[in-house]
Design a protein around this ligand. Structure first.
Ligand code: SF4
Length: 713
């Protein structure tokens, strides 16, 4: 029984939204999910947030795609400049799977054969399973025959991963979230965990109640500020100035952990030399945090018995995102706050499986398990493993692929065809007018999804896929836990499991795959991926996951419980040491000026997930937050003569939205915050596509806008 409802079945799975990875049970009656319970998983201990608890009914929404669709002959692709048709039937016709797959794969194969492997690209999904991510990248690498494969990690933590791989030799977290309970102090920077990782935030709040000091460092004062010991509301874009000031104070005040620095770091002298000019007193006017607070925080962090740093996209989504993360690595290292329980680095991963999709090789420069494609040894291993020649050059990243779709016809690397599985770049990419134009310009676009997303509207073929509760598979959360979800219900109509679609596409592209077994051979695919991941998940067998649901990696053997804390003895770098990389201030690409005087900060909110394709079709979540709002500080609203609820037009050099206003005094004066989940006021119409040079991540957290009263939302 669930409340007064009798259920037919209870099926164990994992929440499909954020990277916390709460374990859940679906309660099913008459083939429908009627409620969700939290399970006693290692990341959640029975807790769920509003999305996990109430965000399940999107799977039963009347707008689910149930038949393959083919664009009608002669219907042009609208790149977003014309009003969207009321009904997809004006644009698409229904087709059989045979016809749709033949067209989808046949045209991609034809483009590859006519223009070469570089003419194709694929976006996989961090919302799919590890097995789907693994098969998708394998399809692109062996079927399209290039490394033009990427996914939304490029829009999320790519710069953090670039800095971590360079500095500590591994892109994953060093300590799990609930290790904050072993810390005396935690720094939460560029992250709003009560909205974006709500159950992770409960561990932080619990720790604070027991005496752990929380330092919240963010341009916006968010809810966690209520629990913080110190709030450092630094000016957006001044992360490096603030963090170098902390490093300076630790070193100058003699608080560096000399043993750790001597035995476990490299390049310390260069770092020390670099931060000499970054005293707290010199940086205070730049970053807006008083020098005394910077010194207080530096002292408390360096002298804590255990201290963790957790960060989000406020750190990563800048042109200096990699430098921001380099500074965090350096701060932890000089203080010796890494490599033991309660001391470490944790980039809070966004999507439920962004960690796993990256591990599985859904990135253009790496095979599974972060083996570089331009490393001859790694390539040779995968060539043998997959029995096919492989491209030796990294492929293009998400935003680069959009540029290449609009390249001149004479460009041999012009992208002409794409296969997009479960991502929505027509909402999630920066500078949407450009991105939508690029997608509309493709000669052939295949989209595999649950709904007619903004991207699917631009497709030639739409393949109706399965939602997470409709399939069995594994996902890997922010804590490096590989977790199993089991199929609870069947997909609606003619919609198919993604693993089935991928294998049908592969066969028609000319690949000879043979994965046998239940649920489209998911166990066999997992086992192949496990081999491709080498030691990392060697001890996590499919059978073990059936028994245990969740196992942490690295896990070297079947009786290894997994390692919740890593780097305890050495770092997986060439010399076993952390490489300290000095960073200097690089300004945001587009700063406010007289014409565009405000800073636009984009992000997420508690109730809606990313581009909103799922949560905006979940009744409870949509009822709580039914429409887009822009948040501004009360002082700015007064200056502009605005009241909460008024409509304003927010405009950048690239696009504009008309949107209702919400007062939020946690938003700094001079800035406006807009969540990117709403297609009717798409924040990314305005964002700047300029990239961090290392992680190739766009500067979503900073561009110049004007705010003008009025407009039609
Ligand atoms: Fe799901 Fe994340 Fe909420 Fe947990 S915290 S219930 S994983 S959205």
């Amino acid at each position: 029984m669930v409340g007064s409802q009798v259920v037919d079945r209870k099926v164990d799975s994992v929440c499909p939204f954020c990277g916390v990875g709460c374990l859940i049970t679906y309660n099913v009656r008459a083939g429908k999910i009627v409620s969700v319970d939290g399970r006693d998983g290692p990341a959640n201990h029975g807790r769920l947030c509003v999305k996990g608890r109430f965000g399940y009914d999107y799977v039963h929404h009347e707008q689910r795609l149930t038949r393959p669709l083919i664009r009608k002959a002669g219907v042009p692709k609208d790149d977003g400049t014309a009003p969207r048709p009321q009904d997809w039937r004006e644009v698409f016709r229904e087709a059989t799977w045979e016809e749709a797959l033949e067209l989808a794969a046949g045209k991609l194969r034809g483009l590859r054969d006519q223009y070469g492997p570089k003419s194709l690209a694929g976006f996989g999904s961090a919302k799919g399973s590890n097995e789907e991510a693994y098969l998708f990248q394998k399809l692109v690498r062996t079927g399209f025959r290039s490394n033009n494969v990427d996914h939304c990690t490029r829009l999320c933590h790519a710069s953090s991963v670039a800095a971590l791989l360079e500095g500590v030799g591994s892109g994953a977290v060093s300590n799990q979230v609930n290790d904050v309970e072993n810390a005396d102090l935690i720094i939460v920077i560029g992250s709003n965990p009560t909205a974006n990782h709500p159950v992770a935030a409960t561990w932080m709040k619990n720790a604070a109640k027991r005496g752990t000091k929380i330092v919240l460092a963010d341009p916006r004062i968010t809810d966690l500020g209520r629990h913080a010991w110190r709030v450092m509301q630094f000016k957006a874009d001044t992360d490096v100035a603030m963090l170098n000031a902390l490093i300076h104070a630790v070193i100058e005040e003699g608080l560096a952990n000399e043993t750790f620095v001597r035995e476990r770091t490299a390049n310390f002298e260069a770092l020390r030399e670099n931060v000499k000019g970054y005293s707290p007193e010199a940086m205070a006017p730049i970053c807006g945090v008083p020098a005394q607070v910077l010194r207080e925080v530096a002292r408390a962090y360096a002298t804590a018995k255990g201290a963790m740093i957790l960060w989000g996209m406020g750190v990563s989504q800048h042109v200096h995102g990699t430098d921001n993360a380099r500074c965090l690595i350096a701060l932890a290292s000089v203080a010796g706050q890494i490599g033991k329980p309660g001391s470490g680095l944790h980039p809070l991963r966004g999507q439920n499986n962004v960690q796993g999709a990256s591990d599985a090789g859904l990135i253009p420069m790496m095979f599974p398990n972060y083996q570089r494609v331009d490393n001859a040894g790694a390539r040779e291993w995968f060539q043998k493993f997959w029995n096919t020649p492989l491209d030796d050059r990294p492929g293009y990243t998400v935003v680069e692929i959009m540029h290449k779709a609009l390249a001149d016809d004479s460009d041999p690397h012009k992208i002409r065809g794409m296969y997009i599985m479960g991502e929505n770049p027509a909402m999630s990419d920066p500078d949407l007018n450009h991105a939508r134009h690029a997608l509309a310009s493709l000669e052939h676009l295949v989209v595999q999804d649950l709904f007619m997303t903004e991207t699917a509207w631009l497709a030639d073929v739409v393949l109706p896929a399965s939602a997470w509760p409709e399939k069995t598979g594994t996902v890997s959360n922010t804590d490096r836990m590989v977790q199993l979800g089991k199929r609870a219900i069947d997909p609606p109509g003619d919609a198919k499991p993604d693993l089935w679609i991928l294998q049908e596409m592969a066969r028609r592209i000319g690949l000879d795959w043979n994965y046998e077994g239940e649920e489209c051979g998911v166990a066999a695919i997992y086992d192949e991926m496990r081999q491709a991941m080498h030691a990392a998940i060697k001890g996590i067998t499919w059978e073990r996951l059936q028994r245990e649901s969740s196992v942490t990696y690295p896990c070297l053997s079947e009786d290894d419980p997994g390692q919740p804390v890593v780097f305890t003895e050495s770092f997986p770098t060439a010399d076993g040491r952390v490489k300290l990389v000095p960073a200097d201030i690089i300004p945001a690409d587009e700063r406010p000026d007289a014409q565009f005087p405000y800073v636009l900060i984009t992000g997420r909110q508690l109730e809606h997930w990313h581009t909103g394709s799922m949560t905006r079709r979940a009744a409870v979540l949509d009822a709580i937050e039914p429409m887009a709002t822009a948040s501004m500080n009360g002082s700015d609203m007064q200056k502009l003569g605005l009241q909460p609820g008024d409509v304003v037009t927010v405009r950048s050099r690239r696009g504009e939205v008309a949107i209702h206003l919400r007062r939020d005094d946690g938003t700094p004066a001079g800035a406006v915050f807009i969540p990117f989940a709403y297609y009717e006021a798409a924040a990314n119409l305005m964002t700047n596509p300029v990239l961090d040079p290392f992680g190739k991540i766009p500067e979503f957290k900073y561009c110049a806008v004007q705010v003008v009263p009025g407009g039609t939302p």
